[in-house]
Write a protein that binds this ligand. Structure first.
Ligand code: GDP
Ligand code: MG
Length: 162
């Protein structure tokens, strides 16, 4: 079986955009990861000749009551099935309560976490990414999933953590 990289974070931070950026919309959807439900979509991905399984999480209603709890639960499940966790935060918004809740789950998981500061679309916004050090999950990796900025550097960090 391939190593599993799970993408977690609250709604609208850009998880699915990042997944599409990584897979280039070319790879097939696979459904063979144990515990995968319709809330988790699994793809086969490849970077520098190394193959891995990429799991996109989400699918809940951001307006639902108890949303933060559901996200934290989803992060817990993802952490259990993953070899590396790609935690996506929206650097243009900064740290929210839901981000804190996910961060707490991931710090407890003991799994390697790559903290991704998304929506860093230009060099000026890299300063905003530094704010995410406060999550206590190491160095934030600034990327723009939408434009592809630094996404290769991010994948290098992910593969180093595998
Ligand atoms: P998800 O709910 O975490 O899967 O987030 P989505 O991937 O659906 O993205 C939510 C919104 O953020 C969409 O409108 C995206 O186009 C936008 N978005 C995602 N990545 C970026 C980025 O790097 N920069 C900017 N400016 N917007 C982004
Ligand atoms: Mg999504």
């Amino acid at each position: 079986p391939l190593p599993i990289v799970a993408v977690v974070g609250r709604p609208n931070v850009g998880k699915s955009t990042l997944v599409n950026r990584i897979i280039g919309r070319r790879e097939a959807v696979v459904e063979d990861v144990p515990g995968v439900t319709r809330d988790r979509v699994t793809y086969e991905a490849n970077w520098r000749g190394r193959r891995f399984t990429l799991v996109d999480t989400g699918g809940w209603d951001p307006e639902a009551t108890g949303m933060a709890l559901k996200i934290a639960e989803q992060a817990q499940i993802a952490a259990e099935l993953a070899d590396v966790i790609l935690f996506v935060v929206d650097a243009s918004v900064g740290i929210t309560d839901a981000d804190e809740a996910v961060g707490a789950v991931l710090r407890r998981s003991g799994k390697p976490v790559v903290l991704t500061a998304n929506k860093v679309d230009n060099q000026l916004q890299e300063l905003e990414a530094n704010e995410l050090w406060a999550l206590g999950l190491g160095e934030p990796q600034p990327v723009s999933a939408l434009h592809g900025r630094s996404s290769g550097d991010l994948l290098d960090v992910v593969l180093n953590a595998l």
